[in-house]
Every structure is written in structure tokens, then in C-alpha cells.
Write a protein that binds this ligand. Structure first.
Ligand code: GLN
Length: 289
């Protein structure tokens, strides 16, 4: 079998399985197996596939047809222009979360203009996408990244090594803020926020493959956010530094008002701002404490 035939056949197979963007996915899968770029695929249409390559391709296509997300099948995905290793123990970073990184970078830059190097904590780091994006954007900042799941932290560890930030990003196992060794200037968190009643409507591609613990937020979706606010208040704000400190939370569609009033219950003096994503959905809650 030659490359152009393989491309056509995989595209058709994916299309029959009703996978959106079948031709793009076919290019990505084939490029992955052959170690070729998209343009490479079209400049060598006559290149023949070895039997080992055919077998590898067949296995990957099977996994995709089974409903496994493309990022897990390929073993990586892109977030904030950076390539991350992913596998099923860690949630696949979503493009909307880049807004959280952008806001955290702005805050940290403001803090460093005042002559201080900022300390940031990414709570529930998963594959480490937020923490590592911050580390690369802010080489002077110290980043802590916590997760309750040891297997997610292993994935984050691979990504820290891949991007050479092991010294800058400290991975800590534990529940939310508990493992933090010191107060920080900015807490960033993409915690689970999907409501129980909405969880059942998510696609099987998500619910059967991605870690439920990263998504399911209980009845109103805010269980983990509430628990973290509780931890912050419980220790008399010990998690946040002396100077101006900030909390940045990702939220789901329609949760802005509820989260604002929740934060207000815990921190009546806080300034709260809702920031919308490119789709016009209120996505980030910025809290000045
Ligand atoms: N954005 C994710 C989704 O809807 C949810 C992420 C989360 O719960 N933090 O799939």
C-alpha cells in the first residue's frame, strides 16, 4: 500500500464512523505513524508503507474508531502553542483554558514590575499544561503544581522534563491547596466544574476515557471550588502572600453569577471580575484578595 492510498482509506474509514474532520485526522494519524509533516505526506504520495507501519496505523485507527480521543491515541496535544504528552490518567487540556494562562501571565508580570518575582500555584494540574505554560512564559516565577492523583502527576513530570522546567515547577501530591509549602501570589485553578446533571450529557469520548475526577463537580458543579475557598479561608488566608494576591478560576457556561456570590460569601472584601472567552462565555473568575 502506498501513502496516497493509505490516506484515502483512513479518511473513508473515519468518515464512515462519523468522525468530524475525518481527512484532517487521517493526515494527523498517518503523519504520526510515518513521522512526517502534513506537507511531507503530499510530497511523497508514492512512498510505500512497510508492514510494521501498516500495522501501527491499523491499531491507531482502531482505537480512534473505538471512541478514544485523538490526543490519547496520538499521545500528545497542543496547548498555548506548546506540545504536551497526554494519556488517559490526565485530562486533555482545552483551548478555552488558555485564557486562564493569559490572565495569570498578566498578573504575574504586574507583580514582577513591582520588583518581586511572583510565586504561582496551579491547583489540580493534571498533565501540567497550565503550570508549564506559565513557567515557560515567566522564567523568573516559581510555580507549584498540585494534584490529588499520583498518576496525573507522573504525566506532569514527563512534561516538565520534556520542557526543561523541572527546577522551576514543583509538583506536589495532595488535595487542592493542602500540599503547598508556602504562601503564593497567584492561585490558578481549572478544577472540575461539570454539574452531575450535565455530566451524563457529555460525549462518551469524554466520559469513557478522560478522568471523571477532573470533570465532575457534584450537584451544582462547584464542590471543588467551594472546598478550595474553604481551605483558603480556613487557614486565615495563609495560602496567599502578604501583598496583593489573586485567585483565577476557570468556570463553565452560566456559572459566573453563582461563583461570584460563592466567592463573596467567603471573601466579602474581594474584588471579583468575570472574563469572557472568545466564544463570549464567562470563563474566568478573577478575584483580587
Ligand atoms: N471544559 C471542560 C468540558 O466541558 C470541563 C473542564 C472542567 O470541568 N474543568 O469538557
Amino acid at each position: 500500500m502506498i501513502l496516497s492510498e493509505a490516506l484515502q482509506s483512513v479518511t473513508q474509514t473515519l468518515r464512515r464512523a462519523k468522525i468530524a474532520d475525518a481527512s484532517v485526522e487521517a493526515e494527523v494519524l498517518l503523519g504520526h505513524v510515518l513521522g512526517m509533516s502534513k506537507t511531507g505526506l503530499y510530497t511523497e504520495p508514492e512512498r510505500s508503507l512497510t508492514s510494521a507501519e501498516r500495522e501501527r496505523l491499523r491499531r491507531l485507527v482502531w482505537r480512534r474508531l473505538d471512541g478514544e480521543p485523538a490526543a490519547y491515541v496520538l499521545g500528545h496535544c497542543e496547548f498555548y502553542g506548546i506540545d504536551f504528552y497526554v494519556e488517559s490518567h490526565a485530562f486533555i487540556p482545552r483551548p478555552e483554558t488558555e485564557l486562564l494562562v493569559e490572565e495569570a501571565v498578566k498578573l504575574a508580570q504586574r507583580i514582577s514590575r513591582q520588583g518581586e518575582q511572583s510565586t504561582i500555584a496551579d491547583i489540580g494540574t493534571g498533565c501540567g499544561a497550565i503550570a508549564i505554560s506559565l513557567a515557560l512564559a515567566l522564567p523568573q516565577a516559581k510555580i507549584y503544581a498540585t494534584d490529588i492523583s499520583p498518576s496525573a502527576l507522573k504525566v506532569a513530570g514527563v512534561n516538565c522534563r520534556r520542557h526543561g522546567v523541572n527546577g522551576q515547577v514543583e509538583l506536589l501530591q495532595g488535595n487542592l491547596l493542602e500540599p503547598l509549602p508556602q504562601a503564593v501570589d497567584v492561585i490558578v485553578a481549572n478544577l472540575p466544574y461539570v454539574k452531575d446533571c450535565e455530566f451524563v450529557d457529555l460525549s462518551p469520548e469524554i466520559t469513557e476515557y478522560e478522568p471523571t475526577i477532573a470533570l465532575a463537580g457534584g450537584r451544582d458543579g462547584l464542590d471543588k471550588i467551594r472546598e478550595m475557598l474553604e481551605q483558603m479561608r480556613g487557614k486565615g488566608g495563609v495560602h496567599l502572600g502578604e501583598g496583593p494576591a489573586y485567585l483565577l478560576l476557570e468556570i463553565g457556561q452560566g456559572q459566573g453569577e453563582m461563583v461570584t456570590s460563592l466567592v463573596n460569601d467567603y471573601f466579602p472584601q474581594a474584588s471579583i471580575e468575570l472574563i469572557s472567552d472568545l466564544g463570549g462565555i464567562e470563563r474566568v473568575v478573577k478575584v483580587g484578595l
